[in-house]
Design a protein around this ligand. Sequence first.
Ligand code: TXA
Ligand code: MG
Length: 318
Amino acid sequence: MKNIYSNILKNNNNNIGQVIKYLKKNHVIGIPTETVYGLAANAYSDIAVKKIYKLKKRPIKNPLIIHYSKIKDLSKDVEINKNFLKLYKKLCPGPITFVLNKKKSSKVSNLATAKLDTVAVRFPSHKIIKNILAKIKFPLAIPSANKSSSISPVTPYDVFDEFGKKVKIILNGGKCKIGIESTVVDLTNKIKILRPGIISPNIISKIIKLKVDITKKHKNIKAPGSLKKHYSPGIPMKLNQKKVTKNHAFIIFGKKYRETNHTFNLSKKSDLNEAARNLYKILRKIKNKKYKKIYVAKIPEKNIGIAINDRLKHASGK
Ligand code: TXA
Ligand code: MG
């Protein structure tokens, strides 16, 4: 039988070699990170970056995160500051993205940064992407591997679900450990979190010894997820519900709800990290089951629960 997933490839030397060849030729590939799967391309090439925007149907005003392997590779591209160094030392590589001022000498494509004077940079910890970054001489622009406004992918099959064979290679790194995108923190001015993630304001605050707020406002761009619909299953969602009516899907958390064929439990043991890991998987499952409406139970607004509620709010178009 023909393998329909023939562009999903195992992580071995041969396939990594092929991926590197494609990246050097400015093609786009699908790649795992510890947060979600991404579409990767050479961040120094307008041609490569343009392909990402086209595939994702992403508005060109929404900039991309640039992924590096070592701090020393940043020096030409962005202005490094004290708070960045403190956070980098404690948290990198890992699920956090820093917005820094772009240098005049920066080689990062202007398309990737949506012509802003800042660059969002991240040092991912997943071993596959670390291995690839160590073998190339340019950083990678990597947005989540979903069509703009759709649900983020947490397995290679989700990437296939979004793009099929339009992406030449999707590297299989199994299921993402975190399952929700990196925390985005703006370090250019007053420190603020533009997108919540597993690294909470508290953790950041303790390291830099300053108060850190979560805000959706960014002076120049439509900040992360501020496009009204994002992470969306494309059907109406009602949040903070106690029970469900008719045969709608009901996303629940913990043990206090009656389970039926239409309930989807983010975490039976009320573990928020497990809930984050399951969130996009469950949203995609419900979307593919063709429900007409999704009800969602209340999720605790603490730790990574803040990021889960942020994604749910956007998914519901609020
Ligand atoms: O976990 C992640 O960050 C994943 C994995 C693949 O690394 N990537 C990801 O990228 O979530 P994306 O493109 O789906 O989301 C990046 C967000 C966008 O909402 C964008 O607005 C914001 O980061 N961003 C990028 N550059 C920025 C900048 N210069 N200033 C403020 N926000 C920026
Ligand atoms: Mg995204």
